[in-house]
Design a protein around this ligand. Sequence first.
Ligand code: NAP
Length: 251
Amino acid sequence: MEPLEFDVLVNCAAQTNVDRCETHPEEAFLINSKAVAVLGRVCEEKGSRCIHISTDYVFDGEKRAPYTEEDEARPISVYGASKLAGERELLAISSRHLVVRVAWVFGPDRPSFIDGILNRALENEQVEAIGDKISVPTFTLDAARLLRPLLSERLEGGIVHLANQGECTWQEYGQHAINCAAAAGVKMKGRAVAPLKMADLKAFIAKRPVYTALSSGKLANLGGVSPRPWKEAVEDYVRNYWAPRRQASGI
Ligand SMILES: NC(=O)c1ccc[n+]([C@@H]2O[C@H](COP(=O)([O-])OP(=O)(O)OC[C@H]3O[C@@H](n4cnc5c(N)ncnc54)[C@H](OP(=O)(O)O)[C@@H]3O)[C@@H](O)[C@H]2O)c1
């Protein structure tokens, strides 16, 4: 195979199943840490930058204001620990490499929480979502736009948080999505999202941090653009991607 020349590598690959990581820690560290170091070394040898996507789960969730890049990472799960180890391995290889932490990602390419709750609310009057876990939803198309200035050769490496602005619970997130769908003219059976407690979800194996909203202040300074509030991003997605797709499928 011919070696590939490139200026920047953006690594999105990861073992993201939080509960599987808890029961398969060797696999988690292999994919989320050791493989990241291999990519970082390849980039370094080629004089390229590695931009590595990481997670809000590096934090313990004890804070009650958006986490900044200066906050100490103290993961409470194997997934979080393996991702933090990957961050550290990468940044030790070159000061030009960049870790970009994201949270609660949604977008048109792959179904996520938002598609699940909207689809449930189409069919059921009763819809529920966790009401005691807080973070910030992040639209993939916004993330891609915001990432662009970070690709610049001139930018220093390190860590940057990339998320839409604000914070919410899963319940508030789901409720807003349903409101947007109804406002876009979609007939929703379920109109009110009832709260669930995280402690009641017995199927969870790994511990999840309660609060992981990310501050995007550094990102705004580096890229010169502030992310829009999560509510606007969710409305854009529901109105311009989810609802038209639903109509096109004839449901
Ligand atoms: N989704 C979120 O809400 C969220 C939140 C915080 C951080 N993140 C971070 O964002 C990044 C992307 O997450 P995602 O939600 O898009 O995850 P995802 O849907 O699970 O996608 C992960 C990707 O990694 C690939 N992959 C896994 N193991 C691999 C291996 N051994 N070799 C090669 N490729 C492998 C998968 O390939 P296959 O499809 O072939 O399996 C998949 O394309 C990750 O770094 C994650 O930690 C995501």
